[in-house]
Design a protein around this ligand. Structure first.
Ligand SMILES: *Cc1c(COP(=O)(O)O)cnc(C)c1O
Length: 230
């Protein structure tokens, strides 16, 4: 199927999930995850009206950024090495995968050089086991405290990758727990924190994520088709 057909299906599923959700997530941002797909495929998606794209490798992101329209909002969704921050700092729209003080310091430094405030999400590893990346939920308050005086980053929310399992209840539990953490942090009204993005949900689980309150889904294979490598 073509990208535009897939896009229509995904949009319909998103609006169905919003209807099924008891939360106030009427506006769900669709980030089209274009990793492994060519700049031409991204341009085709762009021509269908998509403006938010997610990538997980800096080199690939830079190559596409170089040749594609300037009004694309690029989202870094994959593990980010500190030595690569400088390449994306001038233009990145949002970094979803921030999981250490070291990385926060580097983003702060590079954003300052560009005179920007870079919106970030903290990646939380709710289910703890499978993923090597992401903060433990219990480590989030301390990190927020450590970065509260950073002037060039703004914590806009949280991100998680649910475990890859057929156990829907387990997946839903992960989304529920991230939402609760999101609310707990919002309530504290911390400096430097403006919680408005809850980034959870991928091709195989975004319906449940939205049901559980997600307002930002990162969708690759349901839009672009299956990938040859990851
Ligand atoms: C690849 C990736 C996605 C998209 O995955 P699909 O299953 O293709 O929708 C979403 N989030 C992250 C962090 C990813 O690495």
């Amino acid at each position: 199927m073509s990208f535009s057909e897939n896009l229509n299906i995904v949009k319909k599923q998103i609006s169905d999930a919003i209807s099924a959700s008891e939360y106030n997530n009427n506006e769900v941002l669709l980030v089209a995850v274009s990793k492994t797909h060519t700049a031409n495929e991204v341009k085709n998606a762009y021509d269908c009206g998509v403006r938010d794209f997610g990538e997980n490798r800096v080199q690939e992101l830079l190559e596409k950024h170089e040749v594609l329209p300037d009004d694309i909002k690029w989202h870094m969704i994959g593990h980010l090495q500190t030595n690569k921050v400088k390449y994306i700092a001038p233009f990145i729209h949002m970094i979803h995968s921030v999981d250490s003080l070291k990385l926060c310091k580097e983003i702060e430094k590079e954003a300052a050089k560009c005179d920007r405030v870079i919106p970030i999400l903290l990646e939380v590893n709710i289910s703890n086991e499978e993923s090597k990346y992401g903060l433990m939920a219990s480590d989030v308050p301390e990190l927020l405290n450590q970065i509260k005086d950073f002037k060039h980053i703004k914590v806009n929310g949280l991100m998680t990758v649910a475990p890859f399992t057929d156990d829907i209840d387990e997946v839903k539990e992960v989304f529920k727990n991230l939402r609760q953490l999101f609310l707990d942090i919002s309530d504290k009204k911390l400096d430097n924190v403006d919680m408005n993005v809850l980034s959870m949900g991928m091709s195989n689980d975004f319906f449940y994520a939205i049901e559980e309150g997600s307002n930002c889904v990162r969708i690759g294979s349901s839009l672009f088709g299956t990938r040859n490598y990851d």
